[in-house]
Write a protein that binds this ligand. Sequence first.
Ligand code: PNS
Length: 167
Amino acid sequence: MKTVLYPGSFDPFTNGHLDLVVRAGRLFDRVIVAIAVNSQKSPMFTMEERKALIELCCREIPHVQVVAFRGLLVDAIEEFGANAVLRGLRAFSDFEYELQMALMNRSLRHSCETIFMTPTQENSFVSSHMVKEVAMLGADFSAYVPPAAVPVIAAKIREMKRKEEGK
Ligand code: PNS
């Protein structure tokens, strides 16, 4: 049984992420989407919200599990019994950081293999950061996230704006 662990912040889960989960599901017996919990970052969505949203978006894809992890990725690989790490490469600009991360992980644990997959062209410019930015500024973001995520993100933005306005 081959398991790939797909780590990330997923704040929020986008069509680019979903694309990779679907593609990886064709190659591996099990895909574990692993949400990194980093106390130094202040995400828009809590870990529980991100987990619920990913589970909702992936509910029709077989053999997908969603987990959260703290600390080192190489420890999460052991904990969840994964054979490899999956990361997406959208553009050349992603490559340097991804290569550094893959090499660091292999330096920390010799057996840690990283597999890179590319999304479809229409998802190649989509990032969580940009989705949040355009959504916060009032643009239609529905083309960049799975349909199930649209009302969840819209509600979060309304909640944030209400808080900002002190209501
Ligand atoms: O979606 P992101 O923010 O690009 O994901 C980055 C992530 C979470 C995969 C990376 O920061 C990570 O693996 N964090 C866990 C801590 C760790 O193991 N760091 C050392 C490897 S660089």
